[in-house]
Design a protein. Structure first.
Length: 501
């Protein structure tokens, strides 16, 4: 029987009063495993109210004590690693190693937030004018809202969004993705077990209508979002117009340039992992390879051969190397995009549309799919598919390849495979991608660096993770001070300083 889920508000799971429940599936089997409440506007407002009420006390809790909760949470993540990994695999469709990586990234984000006492520190300068000192402090703002996607149920809500927000002294209302909410709801209970006061972290599930109410709610100070560019633009424009801070991490169409000096077998292995890992459902996936013509035939043959060897199966079987996409509707969408690519004239060299896993015939599987000779302007090679589909474009040299890559409207990540240091340096300097890989197929930075997309892959002023995150979740206060001794007191007290030096 499916589990009827409950939102986590003010430190407890509460029964939603909604009449609308959405189905959450096990993508490996096609079975409904949970009924997800579409929380009412009143319930979402109640979560915001709970976060607002506890904010003054949490803000005034010394940062050293705030991070003690995160130390305990890190240990609880370790303790429940197997359980959390299974949850991610079951509700999202990531194979075991990928689901484990998702949870480990949530742990990494928690560890990064433990550094808050260092990274929240401000600046100071004595004698800004004679007898005057200035100090800059970083302070929390209040209630933040996190709007999480389906594709990383642990890492994004509980590694990117919640830990640093909370460590900085803010409170949060997290909107978990309706297809994959169970991991975030479970981890909310681990936060409480770690000692987080009730109301500091709240997790709800709701529709776009309730999210729109969050975007303009007067008690919400900022929004962090991961998802599509269309929705990200709506969130950015609506919330920014209402005077809120926004960071919106959006779509991608990451490209890798492969030069003729790259080792073919090793490069192909990196491409296959980057293109088909997580069934292509990650914003740092590698859906396009730009191959130098002199080695393109050999490279495509190696990629096809290695992709054929991927073992497709249910996510939670540890031998599986490629799991399902997350929903039946998305499977049909991906297949539709493959068929559109064929109509555009791209050459289909590996077809994953008819993928069936024995014993799991109702699962949402799409096999590795590869197009060759994808031309500029073909939509299959320009817009995000978010599935296990790889496009190969051919170019004559480095300059043509770099120009082709930079012509794309998205700029999350970009990669070059080469043994030539000069080309690698030129690529790093001139590519539009915010996260750059040199012989690294998935250049996702570790948590002390920002997740730095550009162009239509990101809207906002401060990225998530790294020092950018501490800027996003705090505001600065500058205090200028002067003191005077007893003898000079009268003279100094009657003087005025207009700020000039």
């Amino acid at each position: 029987m499916p589990e009827f889920l409950k939102p986590f508000i003010n430190g407890e799971y509460v029964q939603s009063q909604t009449e609308i429940y959405n189905d959450a599936y096990n993508p490996s089997t096609g079975e409904v495993i949970a009924k997800v409440p579409c929380c009412t506007k009143e319930e979402v407002a109640g979560a915001i109210a709970a976060a607002k009420k506890v904010f003054p006390a949490w803000r005034d809790t010394p940062v050293m004590k705030r991070v003690q909760v995160l130390y305990k949470l890190r240990d609880l993540i370790d303790k429940h690693m197997e359980e959390l990994t299974y949850l991610v695999a079951q509700e999202n469709g990531k194979v075991w190693e990928e689901a484990l990586g998702d949870v480990l990234k949530a742990k990494e984000g928690t560890e990064q937030a433990i550094a808050a006492p260092n990274l929240m520190m401000g600046e100071s300068l004595m004698e800004t004018s004679r007898g005057y000192d200035s100090v800059l402090y970083r302070e929390p703002l209040g209630v933040f809202a996190g709007i999480a996607p389906f594709n990383f149920p642990a890492m994004i809500p509980m590694g990117w969004m919640a830990p640093i927000c909370i460590a900085c002294g803010n409170t949060m209302v997290l909107k978990a993705a309706s297809p994959t909410p169970r991991t975030a709801l479970r981890m909310a209970a681990l936060y409480k077990e770690a000692g987080l006061p009730d109301g500091v972290l709240n997790v709800v599930t709701c529709s776009r209508n309730e999210v729109d109410a969050i975007l303009t709610h007067p008690d919400v100070k900022g929004i962090t979002f991961v998802g599509s560019t269309e929705v990200g633009l709506h969130i950015y424009s609506t919330a920014a117009k209402a005077g809120k801070r926004v960071q919106a991490l959006c779509e991608a169409k990451n490209h890798a340039l492969v030069l003729e000096d790259a080792p073919i077998a090793r490069t192909a292995a990196g491409i296959v992992n980057a293109a088909f890992g997580c069934a292509g459902e990650r914003c740092m996936a590698l859906p396009v390879v730009v191959a130098q013509e002199s080695i393109a035939d050999e490279l495509v043959a190696a990629i096809v051969e290695q992709a054929k060897q991927r073992k497709i199966g249910p996510a939670y079987e540890k031998s599986s190397q490629l799991g399902p996409v997350y929903s039946a509707a998305h499977k049909e969408y991906v297949i539709g995009r493959i068929e559109a690519g064929i109509q555009e004239g791209a050459k289909l060299v590996l077809d994953g549309r008819d993928c069936v896993v024995p014993g799991y015939e109702n699962g949402f599987y799409v096999g590795p799919t590869i197009f060759d000779n994808v031309k500029p302007g073909m939509d299959v090679g320009e817009s995000e598919i978010f599935g296990p589909v790889l496009c190969v474009k051919r170019v004559k040299d480095f300059e043509e390849g770099l120009a082709l890559m930079n012509a794309n409207e998205f700029a999350n990540g970009s990669v070059i495979f080469t043994q030539n240091g000069w080309y690698a340096r030129e690529f790093a300097r001139r590519t539009d991608g915010g996260m750059v890989g040199i012989n690294v197929g998935i250049p996702v930075p570790v948590g002390m660096f920002p997740f730095a997309g550009h162009k239509r892959s990101f809207f906002g002023d401060a990225h998530c993770l790294g020092k950018d995150a501490y800027r996003f979740y705090t505001e600065t206060k500058v205090v200028t001070t002067t003191w005077f001794d007893e003898e000079e007191g009268k003279k100094k007290a009657t003087s005025t300083w207009d700020g000039t030096i």
